[in-house]
Design a binder for this molecule. Structure first.
Ligand SMILES: Cc1cc2nc3c(=O)[nH]c(=O)nc-3n(C[C@H](O)[C@H](O)[C@H](O)COP(=O)(O)OP(=O)(O)OC[C@H]3O[C@@H](n4cnc5c(N)ncnc54)[C@H](O)[C@@H]3O)c2cc1C
Ligand code: SF4
Length: 484
């Protein structure tokens, strides 16, 4: 796909010029002040007319820089061309050839650095074609208009595949292997399948009905899902093979172990890891009180440490749970914020306050051990570090006190060792992530791995891309086409 060229119709020069003068169609959204107090989805979607008009902005570039920017190489100009002709289901078919979960990626992919970043329209006018919005449009259309998903599966091969972890990577492997005719069982530690899509990303960004629909489609295909199964505790990988009869295993257990700051007072009441805070709100449905009675701390002044998607989701959840003030505390500047551009913009619109070049050095509690404030220090940016971003350096004597009754730590996550520590044959790197080759093969025969447990915290589409490669390799192995 590296040499992909769009071989479809060519646009006459005058049409190209006219298209270059058009403006990106805005997505309709809930009003910022209203949505900051509810959990309904922020973006409301395009209608058919707007979708066609947006797709008509595509210049059908033969060199397709958008495709080069997409981690799974979706044939973007081809699907946009179909939408411009009103052939929505044909467009979806083109997307689904490379991406099994378009309603999800259309909502959560960082398009600004993938397909839309290098889009020619972005270079011309800073208004790239709304590729993500259009991907979402056709996927939603299918979900809202059909009773069942129509997918043809190959005849049964008699081979059994176990998928450990039901995040986007595991779901992709399960769907691909099922279609190829293998019997697939997913083992998931939580009581609900979906990984970060259900326990991390909030309803207002990714409605859970969409994830539920995709999982139901897989179950309809015949995928068996075993929830409340922690592999490494209930079964080892060898037991799955020897006792449960699996011929191959995919490990897609993510990187869900929270990191803490390691500063004084971090055990005070009112301080949470983002993982716990979001899991309580999303997976345990604390946000849906009184339908669910899950306890969750409701701060008046919420401070979230970090600048990624996890931090934005936490601070916006705090706001929706009733905070009077919600702050992002980030040690670098606006330019270095790693979250999706749209999420930062939405958080700003909703009234989230950003304290840049700031970090806490101590949490302060009252007599009852409850958080009341944080001592912070200002930073300045020095030379670039290993990540290429300028290193924050503390400014001596700039200490100040910031009041807070709820703090959420969203500074990253690492690998959970429950499975990996009990599997000595699986090679890990020095940070505890699984070592796997380009096809996802690990050091243990018959075991593949991919997604965040291999790369460290990354993105939904990268986990899906890794899952797709592993499924293809696993299929070659199971059909005898390839030796281990
Ligand atoms: C709050 C939040 C917001 C994010 N926002 C975005 C975004 O906007 N865009 C984007 O592209 N990416 C985003 N990401 C990152 C993205 O969600 C991850 O990169 C992606 O989900 C990784 O997929 P995965 O399949 O590797 O694992 P995960 O989605 O982490 O799923 C792993 C699953 O394995 C299960 N598991 C773990 N151990 C075991 C075990 N021993 N036995 C059985 N099951 C086990 C876990 O319970 C989990 O369900 C976000 C992440 C978070 C936390
Ligand atoms: S780069 Fe932009 S304009 Fe060119 S084909 Fe891709 S989406 Fe269309």
């Amino acid at each position: 796909m590296g040499g992909y060229k769009y071989e479809g119709r060519r646009l006459p020069v005058q049409d190209k010029k006219a298209r270059m003068k058009t403006h990106r169609n805005k997505m309709t959204e809930q009003d910022p002040l209203a949505r900051a107090r509810n959990f309904d989805e922020v973006n409301l979607g395009y209608d058919a007319e707007t979708a066609i008009s947006e797709a008509e902005r595509c210049l059908l570039c033969p060199s397709s820089p958008c495709v080069k920017g997409c981690p799974v190489k979706i044939r973007v100009p081809e699907f946009l061309d179909k939408i411009s002709e009103g052939k929505f289901m044909e467009a979806l078919e083109i997307i689904k050839a490379d991406n099994a979960l378009p309603a999800i990626t259309g909502r959560v992919c960082p398009q600004e650095v993938q397909c839309e970043g290098p889009c020619t329209q972005n270079k011309v006018s800073k208004e790239p074609v709304g590729i993500g919005y259009l991907e979402r449009y056709v996927a939603d259309l299918e979900r809202n208009s059909m009773d069942r998903c129509c997918v043809n599966c190959s005849p049964p091969t008699g081979k059994k595949v176990a998928v450990v972890g039901s995040g986007p990577g595991g779901l992709t492997v399960a769907a691909d292997m099922m279609r190829l005719g293998h019997e697939v069982h997913i083992y998931e530690a939580f009581h609900k399948a979906g990984g970060v899509l259900v326990y991390g990303i909030p309803e207002f960004r990714l409605p859970k009905a969409i994830v539920d629909y995709e999982i139901k489609c897989m179950e309809d295909l015949g995928v068996k899902i075993h929830t409340n199964h922690i592999i490494g505790k209930i079964y080892s990988l060898d037991e799955l093979m020897a006792e449960e009869g699996f011929d191959a295993i995919y490990v897609g257990i993510g990187a869900g172990a929270p990191r803490f700051m390691g500063i004084e007072g971090e055990n005070l009441l009112g301080i949470f890891s983002a993982n716990e805070y979001l899991t309580r709100s999303n997976l345990m449905k604390a946000y849906d009180f009184p339908n669910y009675d899950t306890p969750i701390a409701q701060g008046k002044k919420v401070c979230v440490m970090g600048g990624g998607n996890v931090a934005m989701d936490s601070v916006r959840t705090g706001l929706r749970l009733g905070a009077e003030e919600a702050h992002i505390i980030y040690r670098r500047s606006h330019e270095e914020l790693p979250a999706r551009t749209e999420e930062i913009h939405h958080a700003e619109e909703e009234g989230v306050m950003f304290d840049f070049l700031t970090t806490p050095i101590r949490f302060i509690g009252d007599d009852e051990g409850k958080l009341v404030a944080m001592e912070c220090i200002r930073m300045e940016l020095g030379e670039p570090d290993d990540s290429g971003r300028r290193r924050p350096v503390p400014l001596e004597g700039s200490n100040f006190i910031l009041e807070a009754d709820l703090a959420v730590i969203a500074i990253g996550a690492g690998p959970n060792p429950i499975l990996t520590s009990s599997e000595p044959e699986i090679e890990l790197n020095r940070w505890g992530y699984i070592v796997a080759d380009d096809d996802g093969k690990t050091s243990k025969k018959g075991v593949w791995a991919g997604g965040d447990i291999v790369t460290g915290s990354a993105t939904v589409i990268l986990a899906m891309g890794a899952g797709r490669k592993s499924a293809a390799s696993m299929h070659r192995y199971l059909t005898g086409e390839e030796e281990w």
